[in-house]
Design a protein around this ligand. Sequence first.
Ligand SMILES: CC(C)(COP(=O)(O)OP(=O)(O)OC[C@H]1O[C@@H](n2cnc3c(N)ncnc32)[C@H](O)[C@@H]1OP(=O)(O)O)[C@@H](O)C(=O)NCCC(=O)NCCS
Length: 217
Amino acid sequence: MRFDPDVWPVFGIRITTPLVTLEPVTPELAFALGDLAAEGIHDPATMPFQFPWTDAEPLELRRSQLQFTCRCIADWRPESWRLAFAVRVDGELAGVQDIAATEFGVVRQVATGSWLGRRFQGRGIGTEMRAAVVHLAFAGLGAERALSGAWVDNPASQAVSTKLGYARIGTHWGVRRGEACEEVLFGLGRDAWEAARRSDIAIDGLGAAALAQFGVT
Ligand SMILES: CC(C)(COP(=O)(O)OP(=O)(O)OC[C@H]1O[C@@H](n2cnc3c(N)ncnc32)[C@H](O)[C@@H]1OP(=O)(O)O)[C@@H](O)C(=O)NCCC(=O)NCCS
């Protein structure tokens, strides 16, 4: 697929930290990420995600990566968007970190979601990739707050939020595999982000056209 930055400016964005690089998931990358997801993301006895997309056979799971990627493109509007980034460690695909917002131009709030292939977990990569998109949100897009939610029994996701300075702002109940489950909600405001702001994260390719796509004027 030839990438034309005039047609889809946000695909030109790159985020680089000392540990990871993030590039938007294109349909081409979605195939490779589908293979990675099919190798396993979590113990099947648990379900870390809001939507249980990993409760699927490997082929269906690989297809869902492509469908998710195409859906993000098809549904994109400046008033409602989700950008999924492929995360690489030493050039190798490790997982996905996404960032989404509704009415960002007015509300200045983002939410994030993520996964890593199992062999990449527990090495600080999840914290680093979240720090990278949060940097994009605050330093690049001018966000005022970032939100994250995790089921009550997902300590790794909650630990990522706490390590990055998010405060626990409440809980709510949702449905997981047909049963009620408590979700813990975390929020990071601009002041808390500024207090721990990093100088070793670089954002490239975020020009006026990409900002307009995010609804930032
Ligand atoms: C959530 C996820 C992205 C985090 O990435 P990660 O690279 O594994 O996390 P990190 O290594 O950066 O840090 C995780 C922190 O959680 C802590 N942690 C991990 N498992 C834990 C457990 N069972 N109990 C307590 N803390 C735990 C780690 O100790 C670490 O903190 P530390 O550095 O202070 O020791 C990754 O584990 C993952 O993909 N999980 C499956 C999918 C998922 O849960 N996605 C998020 C849905 S909300």
